[in-house]
Structures are given as C-alpha cells and as structure tokens.
Design a protein around this ligand. Structure first.
Ligand code: C5P
Length: 387
C-alpha cells in the first residue's frame, strides 16, 4: 500500500482475499501508515505488517528479498501518482519500491488519486511505461472522489480487485469478445415521466462478471440500474430501447458472443416535448413497437453466438423454444417471473436453458453462481458450434 485516502478500502481487500483462501502479507509505505494504522492490517491479514527497509529486526524476520520470493502475486492498492512515478523509473528508496524491483511474480496496481493527477501527461506516461513493463492496471474507476471532484481516479472496488486477481489466467473464454446487455430501458412519455419495468440488472451484471472471470473481454450495455460496473468491464450506459439498439448494433459486429439479458421495452410512446396536462376523462396512450435488438444481432452476417432471455409468467418452455427458433438464436435462457422467488428484483434465479439440440435446467441459486453455470454452458456450445 502506498499513501492515499483509498487506503481504508485495502482493509476490505485483505479481508476478501483471505476469505478466498489467499495468504496475505501487507507492506506499507510510511505515508500509507498515516492513513490507516498497521495494526488494522496485522489483524486482518493474520501476519506482521512490513513497513521498513532498514529495520534490522524486520529484515531478519522477512526481508525484502524473502518477501519477493514468497509472493506469488503482488498487488499495490492504493497506488499513488508518486508511487507510479517511482516504479516506472526504478527508484527503490523504501520497502515497497524495493520489493517491486526484487519481485519476479505478476504485479498489479490499483491507482488511486485525484482525477487531475491521473490525467496529467506525466502520470499517463508513467502508467504507460509500467504497462509496457508488464504491470497490470486494475482501474482507476470513474466517480466521486474524496476531494469532491468527479472523474477518473477512484480506486477500483475491493470486490472487483479481488475477482480480477483470482480470475483464472486461462479460462474457457480466454480472448473471446463478449457483449452483454442488462437492466431495464426507460421510455419517456414527456420530460418528467417514463415507462419502465422491474428489471434490476443483477442477472446481466453477474453474467458480464462471470464472462470476465472466464477470461473474456467484456463490454456491457446497460440501462439505468443501481449497480456499480466492475473495473475490468467496458460499460456503455443507455436509457431508452432505441439507444440500446444503437449501442448494441454499433458494438455487435466485432463480437464473438452476444448475451441479451436486458429487459428491453417492447413498446415505446412518442415522447411529448412538454409535460402532459391532467384532463377530464380517459387518456389514451399510443405505443409504437420498438426494434428487437436480439433478433437484429442474430440476423447479422456473420452473427455472434447469440443468447437471449425469456421471462415468462406461463407456458415457459413453449414460448422459450418459440423465441429460440423465431429469432434464430443459438441459445435461450428462460425463467419464470411473477412468482414468489427468483426473477426480476431478486438475488436468486433459476433458468431453463434451450439450444437447438438440447436443454438443461439450472436450479434456483444466487445470480452470481447461476451466471457462472450459464456461462459454462455458453462456452461449451460456443466452442462446439464456432470451432
Ligand atoms: O420476445 P421477448 O421480448 O420476450 O424476448 C426477450 C429477449 O429478447 C431478451 O433477451 C431481450 O433482451 C430481447 N429483446 C430485445 N429487444 C427488444 C425486446 C426484447 O433484444 N425490443
């Protein structure tokens, strides 16, 4: 850890890594110890914290060379602008920078700094040099900063860093390009009102994350949701079905797999430019059919391996197979909605998956677990149909 206000997030990172079975040793620069006390990290890691290069006792117990040999992976979080500058120029005037020089294992950094500091050409040059030396960057993320600024510079969330670090080096979707759509769409009626649906986006986000965990390069087109996008996923935010159509179609042709998990509005009103006034009696709303994004992707030549979703309140199998055939999909994942468990707002779901030559039931489970199972099926079918 180098010094930065994001140091408090590293406590959670240590906790998460240990929960996943990792043995963690924490090295802090003197500046890092000004933000969070070493004792916190000693308690969380279950190991003594290393802070000094020139402390004879500490060096006897486990010096910088021993630490460098011990580690299978080095993650520097937070990585300050100063630290990136030092690393990129080979300076080694404290334990952390010396450890970096001595380490032979993969090195990751999670930068955290004010957005203007991250944007400065010299910081970008330093980051570029480190990337060319094989250092892998996790983040930074965009968002609100401790100093009140908004922009790119926040440290990636501990959950995202943890997933990224523990992702397999060669998963079943290594190098495969995956495009996912998620969440609801919002169809404006007038400047203040809109029609939407109960999709939370949880399933689509879990799918995007599971694909990244299997080594895929993931882009996520998302309607308005209350979820944070993981650092390693390229996020494209949209609101309406028409915007989602444009975003997906401009991305789709270069993709290997498209997974349409968004709950796209089937109909959209013509938005009034001024607020619709209350009046006596009934008010009629004219709705126009939106374009079917999924069918449009499946009709591309060549088309990516195309996976759709079918949320049904009745005749699940019949409707799902109908959509698989009618939209010319490679696979469809169907789930019941409007029932007590699973579906739209829930953290859990169950899926009935169909493809032209088979089907499989994925039992009720946490959406993250289920996403992993679904991606396993998709990877298998993708490789057997697009060798
Ligand atoms: O036909 P239905 O809307 O039930 O099909 C659901 C599937 O089609 C989902 O994968 C959804 O993302 C996709 N869809 C779409 N564009 C629409 C409507 C649905 O891509 N306009």
């Amino acid at each position: 850890m180098s010094g930065g206000i994001a140091a408090y997030k590293s406590a959670e990172l240590v906790r998460l890594l240990r929960k996943q079975g990792a043995d963690v040793r924490v090295v802090m620069t003197p500046a890092a110890t000004e933000f969070v006390r070493p004792l916190t990290f000693q308690a969380l890691s279950g190991n003594p914290v290393h802070t000094s290069l020139l402390d004879a006792d500490a060096e006897n117990a486990m010096g910088h060379i021993a630490l460098a040999r011990w580690a299978q992976l080095l993650i520097i979080a937070p990585a300050s602008a100063d630290l990136l500058a030092k690393l990129s120029h080979g300076l080694a005037d404290d334990l952390l920078t010396t450890l970096y020089l001595a380490a032979n294992c993969p090195v990751y950094v999670a930068p955290a700094m004010n957005q203007a500091m991250w944007g400065k050409p010299v910081t970008q040059e330093n980051a570029g040099r480190l990337k060319s030396h094989g250092v892998q960057f996790i983040g930074p993320q965009a968002g609100e900063q401790a100093c009140g600024d908004i922009g790119l510079g926040r440290m990636a969330e501990p959950e995202d860093i943890c997933r990224y670090l523990l992702a397999p080096a060669s998963g079943p979707l290594q190098g495969v390009k995956v495009l996912v759509s998620a969440g609801p769409t919002r169809e404006p009626l007038d400047p203040v009102r809109y029609i939407t649906n109960r999709s939370s986006g949880k399933m689509g986000y879990a799918i995007a994350l599971a694909a990244a965990g299997m080594g895929a390069q993931v882009a996520l087109v998302s309607g308005p949701v209350q979820l944070e996008a993981p650092a390693q996923i390229r996020l494209i935010k949209v609101e309406t079905a028409a915007q989602m159509y444009t975003a997906v179609m401009s991305e789709a042709s270069g993709q290997d797999i498209y997974i349409g998990a968004a709950a796209v509005a089937d109909y959209s009103p013509e938005a009034a430019t001024e607020k619709i006034k209350k009046q006596d009696g009934q008010s009629l709303l004219v709705l126009y059919k939106t374009q079917d994004i999924l069918a449009a992707v499946a009709a591309l030549t060549p088309a990516p391996f195309t996976v759709g979703f079918a949320a049904e309140t009745d005749n699940l199998e019949q409707y799902a197979i109908g959509k698989l055939q009618h939209k010319k999909l490679d696979m469809i994942a169907a789930n019941w909605v409007g029932q007590e468990t699973g579906g739209f707002d829930s953290d859990q779901n169950a899926l009935q998956v169909f493809w032209p030559t088979g089907q499989k039931t994925l039992a009720m489970a946490d959406k993250h677990l289920l996403a992993g199972q679904l991606l396993g099926l998709i990877a298998e079918r993708f490789h057997s149909t697009r060798p």
